[in-house]
Design a protein around this ligand. Structure first.
Ligand SMILES: [Zn+2]
Ligand SMILES: [Zn+2]
Length: 294
């Protein structure tokens, strides 16, 4: 996996937890290969390596006290697991919010192996990185939807962009410099006309939001979008059509991307993915269908 991918979780995890997240990746990268320090069964610190290896090719040890056999993975989060080398990628993808189904395809693992690993990961984070667990698990399971500070900043940038469009009353004419007035007849359009040279200008014309309807709903829409609500929920709340909801998601995200609000976009997609992970059965396939449509 490329270096770039590995730090994608910086975009969703608050800064004060980056160290923990990095340490977690290091832990799964190095711990499984460390020589054991004590017997996992009785804690006795004296044991010897046997001549044999297990099926995964790991060295076996035998305890001088309880006489039991073990490998360096016995009794750890990694016990009985194959493809130990995929752990760092798995954790990085999970922290970034990639769904289990996507990870299954990216890493070429079975669904059974993926769900086992997810269970082990959640336990590992709780045990070893309680601060990270406290923030990550509720967000991961879509229970806590507070924004991180960078996302909050980018949200404000987008909101003030919208407010300018929605409330700006005058504009300097790009042709003659005269003050252009907002056209009263198009209350919901940031459409300006110069009375001196007859130049007209729509503030939306160079944006991704050009020709979208219901300008008055955009503010509320953006809030729902950032919260990670589904198209179905949003269309019900705002009484807009399904086609409209699909189209808005695409166009608003494009607009945010063109404004360089990458962390905001990342957050929206992440929250959306978390929501899909938090609901069950039929609803999941329903929202996945939306995913493909939009
Ligand atoms: Zn022992
Ligand atoms: Zn003019």
């Amino acid at each position: 996996m490329k270096k770039q991918k590995e730090v994608d979780y910086y975009k969703v995890i608050p800064k004060y937890l980056h160290k923990d997240a990095d340490a977690l990746i290091d832990y799964v990268k190095y711990f499984p290969y460390q020589f054991p320090t004590e017997c996992p069964f009785c804690g006795y610190r004296s044991f010897k390596q046997t001549s044999g290896t297990n099926t995964a090719g790991e060295p076996r040890f035998v305890c001088y006290s309880c006489k039991r056999n073990f490998s360096q993975l016995t009794g750890t989060y990694f016990a009985q697991m194959k493809q130990i080398e995929l752990w760092p990628d798995f954790v990085a993808l999970r922290l970034t919010g990639i769904s289990l189904i996507k990870i299954k395809n990216i890493l070429g693992m079975s669904m059974h192996a993926i769900t086992n690993r997810e269970k082990a990961l959640q336990k590992m984070v709780k045990d070893l990185f309680p601060d990270l667990a406290e923030w990550w698990l509720p967000h991961h399971q879509w229970q806590d939807r507070r924004l991180t500070s960078q996302v909050e900043k980018e949200k404000q940038v987008f909101m003030s962009f919208l407010d300018t469009l929605l409330y700006q009353e005058t504009l300097d004419c790009p042709t003659c410099g005269n003050v252009m007035k907002r056209l009263e007849a198009s209350k919901h359009r940031p459409y300006f006309v110069c009375h001196r040279c007859k130049t007209s200008k729509n503030l939306l014309s160079n944006t991704e939001l050009f020709r979208l309807d219901h300008v008055d709903l955009w503010h509320a829409y953006t809030n729902y979008l950032i919260k990670g609500e589904s198209n179905l929920t949003i269309q019900d709340m705002l009484k807009i059509s399904h086609i409209c909801a699909l189209n808005w998601r695409k166009r608003f995200i494009k607009q945010m991307t063109s404004m360089g609000l990458d962390e905001l976009v990342f957050w929206i997609n992440w929250q959306w993915g978390r929501r899909q992970g938090s609901i069950k059965g039929a609803e999941i396939s329903k929202s996945r269908k939306n995913d493909q449509e939009s």
